[in-house]
Write a protein of this length. Structure first.
Length: 157
């Protein structure tokens, strides 16, 4: 399996496969997280826009894992980390997290940051094992309790 991350641009022919991969990977969250994932609003057009304004990366051909990296002023935001359900437990998520850290260094950003839903404790464990620490808890609009946890890791340049 090819483990070199590949950046996808807005017109990349693999973007429809990336959208399908994200949907498959996030499907088990339905009914588990509240409010529902923003992934439900993602379309091929919004993914193409992400590929223009951020960085969409994939592993495998056809894609088995992907991530969207968005440079912010103080950190590289790691979003929509997704691994095909049939390819889990192969280290693909960790490989993309490591790639995000390399990209943060290349962009001279001091940290990688991500958000994870409160309910997804298995993901919290992965991020902690990768050296990420909880930095904040936030609530989606209309909720009186935290719905997301922010994790971050400082990156040495």
């Amino acid at each position: 399996m090819e483990l070199t991350p590949r950046r996808l641009r807005a017109q990349d022919p693999d973007l429809p496969a990336i959208l399908a991969l994200i949907r498959r990977a996030f499907a088990p969250m339905e009914g588990r997280i509240d409010p529902p994932s923003s992934m439900l609003r993602m379309t091929l057009e919004t993914l193409r826009a992400e590929a223009e304004t951020a960085e969409v990366w994939s592993l495998g051909a056809p894609p088995l894992a992907c991530v969207i990296l968005t440079p912010k002023p103080a950190a590289l935001y790691l979003g929509k980390l997704a691994v095909d359900p049939d390819a889990r437990r192969l280290g693909l998520a960790r490989h993309l997290i490591d790639h995000a850290e390399r990209r943060a260094r290349a962009l001279r950003l001091p940290a990688v940051e991500l958000q994870c839903r409160v309910e997804l404790v298995e993901n919290h464990a992965l991020f902690a094992a990768c050296g990420y620490a909880e930095t904040d808890r936030t609530a989606h609009p209309g909720f009186d309790r935290p719905t997301s946890i922010t994790f971050a890791r400082t990156i040495g340049n």
